[in-house]
Design a protein around this ligand. Structure first.
Ligand code: NOJ
Length: 607
């Protein structure tokens, strides 16, 4: 059996216990109310009494627009397609969607190379379609977040076309232009050794004007010069434009890379654990990024972006793409006076990439205790990295049921922690990374350049698997989709899993409902339990008024029994009622003996 078929079996085989009641908040009418709606009603009931912003402890769902739903049969997803699936997202319970960039773009980096910040790419629709999407989403209590790419534009953007036209053009200084220097053999060399994230030098020579421009990403993505006030001004206007178009906020792309060392000093090689320079997937010595990433000047820009956001009468959310290696760096992104990002992405938990209890405990605990009460945004998957199954692969787990349980472990960490949770489309049904098998099939330039060591990001961007019909319900029968439909779609799809109350999809939906409506899981403090245990990650969520929930995740393939003493944590209850559990872990549980099967999960209300 290949892996995708094995996974399909596991989705169907795992059993979970239904959440007895979705929560204390009763629907206003007989119509079925989704958990995000219940939460929204609850919030508006509290409005005026210091109500929390909509994004606190919320669930955000990343949509890759090319791959979500094709409504016009061109093989590429679009805005009307997304709108047609809002009912599903409402049923799932998500509070907001973040769409990767949908602006006009030559699509070299599938939208991250923007040529016009004030419109929608015709492949995805029109501004009118966008407004309809926002309006329909609003009715479903779903906010819409735009991806704002501030570090660079497309080289086809009129600003860059002007900038490269001559050294004296007024837009010349909108980008980072520098002189090269002559090497020993008289050959012209780039200004320094900086590298592009996507391989090769970060400097591109322009013959016409005899200078190099800097590009942290592709050659077709020249970096803007954020030291230029006109650039800032132009981008804050972009921010205002989309707020006026009804967005709930922004995900700020590559936000830590806005500034570079003004002295253009060379970066040093990144050293591995063995003390030797790391060689990257493109065959180059990897540099340590210290002079082109996370420079302190970025905080001034974040404060200005926040001022713009805060000048509107609703909570506009700023999420940052913040790959940072320490909680101290992460904390700085909120701003010294809570005046920068509300939600910098915490990649330190979700990208541990192996089931290491001690690491997870440390990272989650740091997010709880070192961020001064600010909310972390946990991310397990996104459009740039292999999906969740990397954890099962790293553990060498082949058994389909156990793989399914690992998916539940990850979903539980994401949704039962004190965080805002980011779900990547398709993770909720267990879609797996499906990498191209031939170089000729690769669409992502990273994969073309890096083949075969780095096969690019197509594998995690395949079309959403809606049903077992033609093109998995993503596009009409007979249409050639922009990336192939993974073979797993026959059994790993929304329609099949919706019918099965024990599927991964229902696990996600119930966990989301608990996050929305169970007081302890919504915003209770998170306290790590049994902190010497090397096999089981366990934590307590508790509110000041005594609502307490225990969560335990078995990180091993052997059954385990855990005992919890909650007295030191001031929890009075002695009994526990099952809220969620993987097969065999549902009944007969006590706080003295919580039984967990291989990679089993238990979530229990303390009574
Ligand atoms: C981060 C995005 O997630 C990635 O997809 C993109 O290629 C780079 N930023 C450049 O914009």
């Amino acid at each position: 059996m290949n892996r995708s078929v094995r996974w399909a079996v596991c989705v169907l085989a795992a059993v979970s216990v239904a959440v007895p009641a979705v929560g204390a908040m009763k629907p206003a009418s007989a119509r079925q109310v989704s958990s995000n709606e219940a939460r929204a009603q609850h919030q508006s009931a509290r409005a005026g009494a210091g109500a929390e912003p909509w994004w606190k402890n919320a669930v955000i769902y990343e949509v890759y627009p090319r791959s979500f739903q094709d409504s016009n049969g061109d093989g590429v997803g679009d805005l009307n397609g997304i709108r047609s699936r809002l009912g599903y997202l409402h049923w799932l319970g998500v509070d907001a969607i973040w769409m990767t960039p949908i602006y006009p773009s030559p699509q070299v980096d599938f939208g991250y190379d923007i040529s016009n910040y004030y419109n929608i790419d015709s492949r995805y629709g029109t501004l009118a379609d966008f407004s309809r999407l926002v309006a329909t989403a609003k009715k479903q209590h779903i906010g819409v977040l735009m991806d704002l790419v501030l570090n660079h534009t497309s080289n086809q953007h009129p600003w860059f076309i002007e900038s490269e036209s001559s050294r004296t053009n007024p837009k010349r200084d909108w980008y980072v232009w520098r002189n090269g220097h002559k090497g020993p053999d008289g050959k012209l060399l780039p200004p320094n050794n900086w590298q592009s994230v996507f391989g090769g030098s970060a400097w591109q020579y322009d013959k016409k004007t005899g200078q190099f421009y800097y590009h942290k990403f592709y050659i077709q993505q020249p970096d803007l010069n954020w030291n230029n006030p006109q650039v800032r001004h132009a981008m804050y206007n972009v921010e205002r434009f989309w707020i006026r178009h009804g967005v709930a906020g922004f995900r700020l792309d590559a936000i830590t890379t806005l500034f570079e060392d003004p002295k253009l000093r060379n970066e040093k090689p990144l050293l591995g654990k063995d003390g030797k320079p790391v060689i990257n997937a493109f065959g180059h010595v990897q540099l340590n990024d210290s002079l082109t990433n996370n420079l302190p000047q970025v905080h001034g820009v974040l404060r200005q972006l926040r001022q713009v956001a805060d000048s509107y009468h609703r909570h506009i959310l700023l999420i940052g793409e913040t790959y940072l290696s320490s909680v101290n760096d992460l904390r700085k992104m909120y701003g010294a006076h809570n005046d920068e990002l509300q939600l910098p992405m915490d990649m330190q938990v979700g990208f541990i990439n192996r089931l290491d209890v001690a690491r997870f405990r440390k990272e989650i605990n740091e997010a709880e205790t070192e961020l001064h009460g600010d909310e972390p945004l946990f991310v397990v998957d996104n459009d740039d990295n292999h999906r969740w199954e990397r954890y099962a692969d790293a553990a060498g787990v082949k058994d389909p049921v156990e793989r399914g349980n690992i998916a539940r472990v990850l979903a539980t960490i994401l949704l039962a922690s004190r965080d805002t949770a980011l779900i990547y489309y398709g993770d909720e049904i267990g879609m797996v990374t499906t990498v191209p098998t031939k170089k000729s099939e690769v669409r992502d330039p990273v994969g073309i350049r890096g083949w075969p060591k780095n096969k690019g990001r197509d594998g995690e961007r395949t079309p959403m698997q809606w049903n077992s019909g033609p093109n998995a319900g993503f596009s009409k029968a007979g249409v050639k989709t922009w990336l192939p439909i993974p073979p797993s779609y026959k059994t790993v799809n929304v329609a099949v899993e919706k019918k099965d109350p024990n599927s991964l999809l229902h696990w996600y939906r119930r966990m989301i409902a608990l996050k929305h409506t169970n007081e302890a899981l919504h915003d209770g403090q998170e306290i790590m339990l049994n902190t010497r245990d090397e096999h089981v990650l366990a934590w307590l969520r508790k509110t000041p008024d005594g609502n307490a929930v225990v969560v335990a995740c078995n990180f091993t393939g052997q059954p385990r029994t855990e005992s919890f003493d909650l007295k030191p944590e001031g929890v009075k209850g002695r009994r526990v009622k099952t809220l969620m559990a993987t097969p065999g872990d549902a009944s007969g549980q006590t706080l003295h003996a919580v039984h967990l099967g291989p990679y089993g999960v238990f979530v229990g209300q303390v009574e």
